[in-house]
Design a protein around this ligand. Structure first.
Ligand SMILES: NC(=O)c1ccc[n+]([C@@H]2O[C@H](COP(=O)([O-])OP(=O)(O)OC[C@H]3O[C@@H](n4cnc5c(N)ncnc54)[C@H](O)[C@@H]3O)[C@@H](O)[C@H]2O)c1
Length: 335
């Protein structure tokens, strides 16, 4: 059976994708991950003994790690490996440029050398910049990234497309809206709010909380990635969205309501620099061409997600008591 090399598979979406591949397909999976602060090998404890799964610790920016991959057989490469937190990219952009741009180029060179069947770049709708009240991003919307994070992802996308046009490398790019679900690192909005609410700690909301994000359950995203990998037209970009636009404040209030906690826990904090106001994608292309559409209703998905974090307090506690605590204080305590 074919083998999928997943890079960044110990993070939030990558680990969900590996669970999905092992449970719903017959692919073999190799997971290469540097285990940065955001990578957690425990996300994969239920598959680690599966004969179809193999883990390699390695950094996509390191020539040594790439050399190791040259000796392996794989048919597809799905690249999730990235620095992903916008706030961290504002504090310290260097690592974002290195991993997200140069790391991607290393994987493209590897893919050319190995003549693989398809390279999939997991990108984001943030490459399109910010919307006003009206409209949606299509695959043809201009790239207009705001943060060092989104600029590094947009740069990587352009390099991926250049390898398709120049070297005929079969590639696809997926650009997805905000994901939620199990195993998300608790610096991101939904697990951060759940964790704080459970502990009766203040819930920091940027600005006036009016910013709008479209939320997609990670299971829907993973299903779409596999469809793009198997059936996507080479060289094409596919947007994926969740059909669930929410203002941040509305989302935080929903979480408090489900947990039975008071809205008095909400604290408005100084807004993020250059905070994009609204993201929303038009995903009619993937719906028409690959028959993909999100299936998880937000009202169900958010309840299941909250239940998962409540049932996995040990997982959460191990993270929030480590390096993250220091970062959290730096981000929010002085605002
Ligand atoms: N989370 C979202 O809402 C969202 C939405 C759209 C797109 N994306 C994209 O999806 C991908 C995965 O996002 P996520 O939320 O799962 O991220 P994450 O931060 O949870 O995980 C990133 C993973 O990459 C690994 N990694 C980082 N640098 C590496 C390096 N140099 N070499 C090897 N591994 C490295 C980390 O150890 C971690 O396991 C990213 O490319 C991100 O841009 C995320």
């Amino acid at each position: 059976m074919d083998t999928v090399l997943v890079t960044g598979g110990a993070g939030f979406i990558g680990s969900n994708f590996i669970h999905f591949l092992i449970s719903s397909s017959s692919y073999n999976v190799i997971n290469l991950d540097a285990l940065t602060y955001a990578g957690n090998i425990k996300n994969l404890s239920s598959v680690e003994k599966d004969s179809r799964y193999r883990f390699i610790k390695g950094d996509i920016t390191s020539p040594e790690a790439i050399r190791q991959l040259v000796d392996l057989d794989f048919d597809y490469l799905v690249n999730f490996a990235a620095e992903t937190h916008v706030d961290r990219s504002i504090l310290a952009p260097d690592r974002f440029i290195l991993t997200n741009i140069l790391g991607t180029q290393n994987l493209l060179n590897l893919s050319l050398q190995k003549q693989i069947r398809k390279y999939i770049q997991i990108s984001t709708d943030e490459v399109y910049g910010s919307l006003g009240r009206e409209g949606f991003f299509s695959e043809n919307s201009p790239l207009d990234p705001t943060s060092p994070y989104s600029a590094s992802k947009a740069s990587a996308d352009l390099i991926v497309l250049a390898y398709f046009k120049t070297f005929d490398l079969p590639v696809n790019i997926t650009r997805c809206s905000n994901n939620y679900g199990p195993y998300q690192f608790p610096e991101k909005l939904i697990p951060l709010m759940i964790n704080n609410a459970v502990k009766n700690k203040p819930l920091p909301v940027y600005g006036d909380g009016s910013n709008i994000r479209d939320w997609i359950h990670v299971d829907d995203h993973c299903r779409g990635i596999l469809q793009v990998m198997e059936k996507g037209r080479s060289g094409d970009i596919y947007n994926m969205g969740g059909n669930s636009e929410k203002q941040n404040l509305e989302l935080v209030k929903t979480i408090l309501e489900i947990l039975g906690k008071p809205e008095s826990l909400i604290r408005f904090v100084t807004d993020r620099k250059a905070h994009d106001w609204r993201y929303a994608v038009d995903y009619s292309k993937i719906r028409q061409e690959l028959r993909w559409a999100p299936q998880v209703k937000f009202t169900d998905g958010i309840r299941d997600t909250i239940a998962w974090y409540l049932n996995n307090q040990d997982w959460l506690e191990e993270i929030v008591s480590g390096e993250y605590q220091h970062y959290y204080e730096k981000m929010y305590s002085t605002r």
